[in-house]
Design a protein around this ligand. Structure first.
Ligand code: AMP
Length: 434
């Protein structure tokens, strides 16, 4: 927005911020229908709702997501309030969810605590197809259990939501990056490997080597990607308990018939992960075929302590990217429950009728009869034309005579037959109609 001083904006300056958009009409309903379905599934599996603020204290993200990650270093929207607080627009939902768990003393509730939440996240990324600066995520998380079946439950919930939304060609990339014990030995080995190949390492990744060598594994640099093919893999370094945990997760997936690929380079873009990490990809076919990530998640057994908990809270969660789903050709267009197909088109004619129209509509609303109307129109022909276009089976015609008689004409749109019905008998009469 260039024109800060002038009173009136120029029409070309009236735009939403780059990478952020208005949700309207069909697209809005597509999101709403998805969230209803996702909630229904999450609630079925035992998750309870949570809604955290869109803004959090900056440190909630910097401590948890971690230095050396793109999200913290480049993509976060930070703001200083007039009161001097450093806040950030949430770039993801997990750290706020853990903050809420700690703040509300959920450790003293029966464990595990299972929560779902959804809403917009913000990352200052380069906008492109399927990548926005404000995008919507649906998360579900299990806190307070290290059992492998919880990892399986989270993955199953994620897959069920995606499948119910219409996704078919899904594959899961999965990996285990171990715990404190085995991760150290692994990072040492990884650091040695990159040091040996330092001349081939681009400068951004050399920087990462100093801060967090694991981050190099998900580098977007072509040279690094080549180098990563032969990098040591974390699975070979897993300690016996991490190995057992990972093996169990895979067994659960096999038992449920969920296909997976072990991807040894998968570490994910956030530093808080431990043990299981996974990503759900849609295999696209055709010319520009490349896998696109619809969801991701993993375990984060140490995040709670980083955010201030006195003890570790083993936890696992997933996050679904909703924008990519509703934009997919396979999306089922899940209709939100508030959208009802109108059974009746309400037509009013003349001042007396218009005056009473809203009262009649209220009778129908209370009886849960979905209608359509265009109260701003006056003529019969224009209203009938809309009724025909909407293919509504019945029309209620309310004219001056009917307004005086307290009656209404019910017209069958298929054969144009009509009956005059007393308002007191209208609901009974409508109930009898097919
Ligand atoms: P992440 O929090 O990075 O694990 O992301 C979880 C999911 O959110 C991804 O699999 C994507 O589907 C989606 N996602 C992440 N970043 C964006 C973005 N900038 N625009 C749209 N969707 C995104």
């Amino acid at each position: 927005m260039k024109n800060k001083i002038s009173k009136n904006l120029k029409i070309e300056d009236v735009t939403s911020p780059k990478g952020m958009r208005d949700l309207m009409n069909e697209e809005y309903y597509a999101f709403q229908g998805f969230f209803e379905k996702a909630q229904e599934i999450a609630v079925y599996y035992g998750f309870k709702p949570l809604e955290t603020p869109i803004l959090e204290h900056e440190e909630i993200f910097t401590t948890g997501i971690g230095q050396g990650t793109d999200i913290v270093e480049k993509e976060m929207y930070n703001l200083k309030t007039k009161g001097g607080d450093n806040l950030a627009l949430r770039p993801e939902h997990t750290a706020p969810l853990v903050r809420a768990y700690i703040e509300h003393g959920m450790q003293s509730m029966p464990q595990p605590v299972m929560l779902y939440q959804y809403g917009p996240s913000f990352r200052h990324e380069k906008p492109q197809r399927g990548r926005y600066r404000q995008f919507w995520q649906f998360d579900s998380d299990v806190l307070g259990s290290e059992k492998s079946i919880m990892d399986a439950l989270v993955i199953k919930t994620c897959m069920t939501i995606l499948e119910e939304a219409g996704a078919t060609n899904l594959s899961i990339d999965i990996n285990s990056i171990g715990d404190k014990e085995c991760r150290n030995a692994y990072t040492k080995e990884l650091t040695n490997y990159y040091k040996k190949n330092l001349s081939q390492l681009p400068s951004v990744d050399r920087e990462r080597l100093k801060i967090n060598p694991l981050r190099i594994l998900d580098s977007k640099e072509e040279k690094t990607k080549e180098l990563n093919i032969n990098a040591p893999d974390s699975i070979s370094f897993l300690c016996p308990s991490c190995k057992k945990h990972f093996k169990e997760v895979l067994e659960y997936l096999e038992e449920m018939g969920i296909q997976y690929n072990i991807n040894k380079n998968l570490v994910r873009g956030l530093s808080y992960y431990t043990r299981t990490v996974f990503e759900v990809l849609e295999e696209t076919t055709g010319e520009n075929s490349s896998a696109i990530a619809l969801a991701g998640g993993g375990r984060y057994d140490y995040l709670a302590r980083q955010i201030g908990s006195k003890k570790d809270v083993p936890a696992v969660g997933m996050s679904i990217g909703v924008d990519r789903i509703v934009a997919s050709p396979w999306y089922k267009k899940l209709a939100p429950r508030i959208l009802k197909k109108p059974k009746i088109y309400f037509i009013q004619l003349g001042t007396e009728a218009k005056l009473k129209s809203l009262n009649i509509i209220e009778i129908l609303r209370k009886a849960h009869i979905p209608i359509a109307q265009s109260l701003s129109k006056d003529s019969l022909s224009s209203q009938l034309a809309i009724a025909e276009k909407l293919a509504v089976p019945y029309a209620l015609i309310f004219g001056v005579k009917e307004a005086l008689d307290n009656s209404v004409i019910v017209r069958d749109m298929s054969n144009r037959s009509q009956n005059t019905v007393k308002l007191t008998e209208l609901l009974e009469y409508l109930k009898e109609l097919k």
